[in-house]
Design a protein around this ligand. Structure first.
Ligand code: HEM
Length: 337
């Protein structure tokens, strides 16, 4: 990395005027849940990590809205996050951080810094009917109308960036049309980066992880959403009635797949292994300790899982530590290991 302060600069670039120094600069609004993970019968054949050996592993999950705004708008189109901490033996832990976009915006830390600066939320208002007609005549999609209360959005800057940088197009277009889930437990979450897992026979495989909701994916029409704050109540209500489950799927990369670029998808027909089931059972009452103060980090891994050489994954290690310190989060779990 050429810029020694890149992690710091990235965190600075993500801060929004309507964010809060006490909250995360992205994924600011969230809710914690607790439960357990049990690996499938085949998981241990692929990875020696403790949580893939079949024992019941306690987990803490934080679901979040992707925006760094401190104002909660659950019904607005936005990426959602699912950060999972697996609590291992002897006070050790490993994290898996995932989001509803299958690919990231950029291949490197430096290009993400450019992206973050270009895709700052900018003023956004309803297009006139004449402008919409002109758009259609020019074979351009007319701009959607703002949601009630929406005056800024990052989409125009993101689109400008994607026009100039082809690698960003997939994620930018998906983000612009992603919508809002009816529930945090009715969305698919992708860990995006490639990790290397080691099997008991020493075989190393380059893999990508995804959480699939057992209840299936269901997205609302943002305009039909009855209120702006329904996702946290939904999680409480669902878990009061019974558990919510996700399958952890692991896609295995093959020669020719890009292992170090999170903006590049792999072919959809890659072999996938069901690594286990996550069962969420409760929303802890103390959300400060069990959600807001937690400091997840994609670099918090355990024996059997290694990071790939993906430069975006690498910079996240430091960026998340810096961010956690700034907002007064609990010290990162690294300091305990
Ligand atoms: C260079 C790239 C990235 C940077 C600089 C970045 C930066 C950040 C920062 C500063 C936070 C707040 C951390 C904290 O205060 O604890 C955060 C949270 C988060 N990021 Fe990223 N991020 C990047 C890439 C990604 C990617 C690729 C994903 C998807 C896998 C992702 C998903 C999330 C999620 C889900 C959270 C919320 C975690 C939580 O609930 O604590 N980020 N990110």
């Amino acid at each position: 990395m050429d810029d020694p302060d890149i992690a710091e600069n990235l965190v600075d670039a993500l801060v929004l005027p309507d964010g809060s120094p006490n909250l995360r600069p992205v994924h600011a609004i969230g809710i914690g849940a607790s439960g357990f993970f049990v690996a499938s019968e085949v998981a241990r054949d692929y990875c020696v990590a403790e949580h893939f050996q079949g024992a019941r592993i306690p987990v803490t999950v934080r679901f979040s809205n992707g925006s760094g705004s401190a104002v909660q708008h659950d019904g607005w189109s936005d990426v959602r996050g699912m950060a999972t901490r697996f609590h291992l033996s002897q006070d050790a832990a490993t994290d898996l951080i995932a989001m509803t976009l299958p690919e990231f915006f950029t291949p490197t830390a430096e290009t993400f810094l450019d992206f973050a600066k270009t895709a700052r939320p900018a003023s956004f208002s309803r297009e006139s009917p004449w402008r919409k007609i002109l758009d259609m005549l020019l074979l351009t999609l007319p701009m959607r109308n703002p949601y009630p209360g929406e005056t800024v959005r990052p989409d125009e800057g993101a689109m400008r960036f994607a026009d100039r940088n082809g690698y960003a197009q997939l994620a930018v277009f998906q983000a612009a049309s992603i919508g809002a889930p009816v529930s945090y437990v009715r969305a698919t979450y992708h860990a995006v980066h490639t990790f290397i897992v080691t099997a008991p026979d020493g075989a190393r495989r380059w893999v990508r992880f995804t959480w699939q909701p057992i209840a299936g994916v269901l997205t609302t029409d943002p305009k039909a959403t009855p209120c702006d704050r329904y996702l946290q109540k939904d999680l409480h209500d669902r878990l009061d009635k019974g558990p919510a489950c996700f399958s952890l799927m692991m896609s295995i990369g093959e020669a020719g797949d890009d292992f170090n670029d999170p903006s590049r998808p792999w072919p959809p027909h890659r072999a996938r292994v069901m690594m286990g089931t996550l069962t969420l059972v409760a929303v802890p009452e103390d959300q400060v300790a069990n959600c807001e103060r937690l400091s997840f980090n994609p670099w918090l891994l355990t024996k059997g899982i290694e990071p790939s050489d993906d430069p975006v994954l690498r910079v996240r290690h430091e960026a998340y530590e810096i961010s956690s310190k700034r907002r007064g989060g609990a010290p990162c779990a690294f300091s305990r290991s």
